[in-house]
Design a binder for this molecule. Structure first.
Ligand SMILES: NC(=O)c1ccc[n+]([C@@H]2O[C@H](COP(=O)([O-])OP(=O)(O)OC[C@H]3O[C@@H](n4cnc5c(N)ncnc54)[C@H](O)[C@@H]3O)[C@@H](O)[C@H]2O)c1
Length: 491
């Protein structure tokens, strides 16, 4: 009989792959005939561990996922409708849009307030259906939007679908070297009021090669950790020439995108890939390097699939957190032997040649170039039944499987973070754009103000149908700061 855990994992991975939707927070109902009870229990247990909520028979709603176990497989329905293929790029774009209520609400507010009407906004991100929707939402809000994507991060069909809807897109998967740099500069020369960047690649290129273009910018909103680090270095060195809003650092971004989104999408992409060589994450020890929000999410999702996870960290606070989350924490060199090693640092050179030699499989969830110190010359494609498996190579010198040449695995080998997660991140982006345009902060790296973060969270909670208790009147109206303990007692 097939291992119920393996079947459960395959079913849940199929749901995530076919829809690009999030499992955490999703209402899920599992049903089965008596002979499939073990599988049903495994699916329910794994879904719950991944953050899903198990619901009763009478629960209804568009987000309810029904999993009807049938032997080693299952029939899946969402909101009572059997899951169907999303279709071509246009279908995937529209499917994503239908699951992005938070960004849609924030964009409608921008439109109503006229905040971005006529502003030139440049969006530089991995080009896939969710980012395409961010561009469309900004266009709907009245902005004049142009999109850039790096050749490695371009889905040509999505680019074509976006162009067909009137958004200029500078993204050509065939470019490389000097032509690629020239295309990025040409995009910058379009001239922008606001630049939405991911990894600060375009913002840094502008500072290096075309600083005169920055003079006209209202500012930048930066999506991710690895983009903010160099921008902060530039500011400390007195080189930054523009205000930057640190979208990444907002709780509505880091707490969900880095934690739940990257956790689900990277771990399931890894499991999808290693299945080609008949491996699962339960077959070998797993080492997560780096226990920031991404490491926390990756470790939690691996654990939910039944993996035995240990952690390596250099920061004592994060290491302590990993200990309290129940992981063995130690030196990477001591824990990497024969392991699946997942780098979650966003730091170049994290997986050294020594670790590469010790590990059985190496993958990256962080995402800076060179996170694995690869020996390109000894990489060879892995072939199954005579055909090379995309994104899977072996370092023949060391016998280590290398996933996607050390690229950010959920972006290059899968569809990126789940739609609901990017909905929240892009709602945070839209709030950051509003804050930048309305507040006009000076040159520097600025947090998104608390009230803006709170507004995004409240909008998302409403969209998820969350009923919030009202704050007790005393917490909002009591202005008496004195300790209650001594009130009414004369001095
Ligand atoms: N794949 C995605 O979709 C996605 C999404 C969000 C963020 N990211 C990227 O993932 C990376 C991590 O994000 P984060 O928010 O968790 O960052 P973070 O900086 O908060 O956490 C990284 C952790 O790694 C630790 N670390 C660094 N070098 C180490 C080493 N050699 N050994 C052990 N530990 C080490 C740091 O101490 C830190 O705690 C960033 O590059 C970020 O941009 C990727």
């Amino acid at each position: 009989m097939t291992d119920p855990h393996a079947t459960a994992e395959r079913i849940l991975r199929r749901f995530a792959r076919d829809t690009n939707l999030l499992i955490a927070g999703r209402p899920i109902r599992v049903s089965a005939e008596t002979e499939d009870t073990a599988t049903a229990l495994a699916v329910a247990g794994m879904a719950r561990a991944l953050g899903a909520r198990l619901v009763e028979d009478d629960a209804t709603g568009p987000d309810v996922l029904d999993i009807e176990i049938d032997g080693d497989d299952a029939a899946l329905s969402l909101g009572g409708t059997p899951l169907a293929p999303r279709g071509d790029a246009v279908g995937r774009l529209d499917f994503a849009r239908a699951h992005m209520p938070v960004s849609t609400a924030l964009a409608a507010e921008l439109r109503e307030a006229g905040t971005v009407r006529g502003l030139r906004i440049g969006v530089s991100m991995t080009l896939e259906p969710k980012t395409a929707n961010l561009a469309l939402l900004l266009t709907d809000a009245g902005a004049d939007v142009a999109v850039y994507a790096h050749p490695d991060e371009t889905d040509p069909e999505v680019a074509a679908a976006l162009r067909a809807r009137g958004v200029p897109v500078d993204a050509d998967p065939d470019l490389s070297g000097a032509a690629e740099r020239e295309a990025a500069l040409a995009w910058l020369r379009r001239g922008f009021d606001v630049v939405v960047d991911d990894g600060s690649h375009l913002v840094r290129l502008a500072h290096e090669a075309a600083p005169e273009l920055i003079e006209g910018w209202i500012g930048v909103t930066e999506e991710t950790t690895s983009g903010l680090t160099p921008v902060r270095t530039m500011h400390a060195a007195g080189l930054l020439r523009t205000p930057v809003v640190a979208v990444n650092d907002a709780a509505t971004k880091t707490g969900f995108d880095n934690r739940y989104g990257t956790g689900q999408s990277c771990v399931l992409a890894i499991a999808d890939l290693i299945e080609h060589v008949d491996a699962t994450v339960r077959d070998l020890p797993v080492l997560v390097i780096g226990y920031g929000p991404v490491g926390v999410g990756v470790a939690a999702h691996l654990t939910a699939l039944g993996a035995h996870v240990s952690v390596a960290e250099i920061d004592p606070l994060r290491a302590l957190l990993a200990v309290h989350d129940g992981y063995e924490v130690g030196h990477a060199e001591d824990l990497a032997q024969g392991a699946l090693v997942v780098s979650c640092t966003g730091v170049e050179g994290t997986v050294t040649r020594e670790l590469l030699e010790l590990a059985a499989i190496v993958a990256v969830a962080g995402g800076v170039p060179g996170e694995v110190d690869l020996d390109e010359s000894s990489l060879e494609p892995v072939a199954v039944a005579g055909a090379p498996v995309p994104h899977l190579e072996v370092d023949v010198e060391r016998g280590t499987l290398v996933l996607d040449r050390g690229g950010c695995i959920n972006v290059t080998a899968a569809e990126g973070n789940p739609i609901e997660i990017m909905d929240l991140s892009f709602a945070t982006q839209l709030a950051a754009i509003r804050s930048l345009v309305e507040e006009r902060p000076g040159i520097g790296v600025h947090p998104l103000p608390d009230d803006a973060v709170h507004h995004v969270a409240a909008t998302a909670a409403r969209a998820r149908g969350v009923a919030l208790d009202a704050s007790p009147a005393s917490s909002t109206t009591d202005t008496d700061w004195r300790s209650r303990r001594y009130r009414g007692v004369d001095a």
